[in-house]
Design a protein around this ligand. Sequence first.
Ligand SMILES: C[S@@+](CC[C@H](N)C(=O)[O-])C[C@H]1O[C@@H](n2cnc3c(N)ncnc32)[C@H](O)[C@@H]1O
Length: 166
Amino acid sequence: MTISPWIATWAGLVPAGAAVLDLAAGNGRHTRFFAERGHPVTAIDRDVSGLVAADTVEVIAADLEDGSPWPLAGRTFGAVVVTNYLHRPLFPHLFAALQPGGVLLYETFMVGNERFGKPSNPDFLLKDGELLELVRGRFSVIAYEARMISEPKMAMVQRIAARLSS
Ligand SMILES: C[S@@+](CC[C@H](N)C(=O)[O-])C[C@H]1O[C@@H](n2cnc3c(N)ncnc32)[C@H](O)[C@@H]1O
C-alpha cells in the first residue's frame, strides 16, 4: 500500500532517530516507512494481523475506544502519526505522548466526505478547522490543508504537520 503523500512530504520534520508512534497503524504502511528511515516505531491497533514486530518495531494490540486505560501511559515519542483514523477522546493522550519539539502528523477525513461515501458519520469526520483549533497555542503549525483529494479515491481530508512548542 502506498504511503500517504502528506506523511511522505513531512516525514523529514521528524528528528533523526526519534521514536515514532503510529496510532491505528492498520497494515503498517507508515510503520514500515518510518522504520526504514531509521526510526524506532511503536505501532498500535486493535487488529495487529497486518503488523510485523521487529528489532525496531514494537507492535501493541489494544482497543483504543473501549474505555481501557491509555496503553502508553508515561511514554513519549518524537513524532505521533495518525492517518485515516479519528477518535476524539484520544487527542489529550496523543499530545501528552509528544516530547517537547515533537512532531504531529495527522491526516484524516473531514466534513464533506459524506458526498464521496464513507466515512460519513460525523464522529469520524473532522469539523472545519478542527485540527488547527486543537493545536492552537501549543504547537507551531508547519503545514495545514483542508481539501478534496482524488487519490487513492475522491475524499475530503484535513491534514496537519505541527511541532509541539519546546
Ligand atoms: C482506515 S484504517 C487506517 C490504517 C492506517 N492508519 C493507514 O492509514 O493505513 C483504520 C484503522 O483503525 C483501527 N481501529 C479502528 N477502531 C479501533 C479501535 N477501537 N482501537 C484500535 N484501533 C482501531 C483499525 O483496525 C484500522 O487499522
